[in-house]
Design a protein around this ligand. Structure first.
Ligand code: TYD
Length: 206
């Protein structure tokens, strides 16, 4: 059986990643792809429980290490229960965030060492990497202005500009490190243009 394709979507706040995800999923399914759509943290019962703790502003200040370990706890469950079985069955997986987000947010944003995160990555998924990662990128201030329209910011959305600047820089560093896998989508374009660019980047996977 042919192995499916694993696509992940990444970006800083307000990059329009979720809007693009819906359009990409519709397009893939329209082309006959047997698609599993998921997200991190989340995707499983355990993952969604951890997600509510991680995103709830009432959780307050978490040790950066606790935050990182919860992300990977959710991820281990997600891979075992959802991602691996789907790919082995020849399905495609479209996942809203994956391990690059841990490098960007817990590494770049919280300042944890990238080496430590790599150790967890090697431990939790030594043989699994996305086939393609779309990095929806735009200037931090612009993204925060867009995201600012949300009424109830989650624990991450409450962070300051400096935090998201570090997140963005860490994402761009991931792209420089893995140019074959991580591809930039210019998220400052309009919705149509963003989707077109994403389509063109996914096309070679067929
Ligand atoms: P998401 O639902 O993509 O939020 P949004 O679409 O509003 O940007 O992701 C939830 C949050 O979790 C997001 O702020 C980034 C954070 N996150 C991490 O900090 N580390 C991780 O490893 C993952 C997967 C997400």
């Amino acid at each position: 059986m042919s192995k499916g394709q694993f696509i992940t979507l990444e970006g800083t706040e307000g990059a329009g990643k979720s809007t693009a995800a819906v359009a990409i999923a519709d397009w893939l399914m329209g082309r006959g792809v047997d698609l599993v759509i998921s997200r991190e943290p989340g995707g499983t019962a355990l993952g969604e429980m951890l997600r509510s703790v991680l995103l709830d502003p009432n959780t307050g200040n978490l040790a950066a290490e606790s935050e990182l370990l919860m992300m990977f706890a959710a991820r281990a469950q997600h891979i075992m229960q959802i991602i691996q079985p789907a790919l082995e069955a020849g399905k495609w997986v479209l996942c809203d965030r994956f391990t690059d987000a841990s490098f960007a947010y817990q590494g770049g944003g919280r300042g944890l060492s990238f080496e430590r995160i790599e150790e967890l990555e090697q431990w939790v998924h030594p043989h699994l990497q996305p086939d393609l990662t779309l990095l929806f990128d735009l200037p931090v201030e612009e993204g925060l202005q867009r995201a600012g329209r949300r009424n109830f910011p989650d624990r991450f959305e409450q962070e300051k500009v400096a935090f998201f600047t570090q997140v963005r820089e860490a994402y761009l560093r991931r792209m420089e490190q893995f140019p074959g896998r991580v591809k930039l989508v210019d998220a400052s374009q309009n919705v149509e243009q963003v989707f077109c660019q994403a389509q063109a980047l996914i096309e070679p996977l067929f």
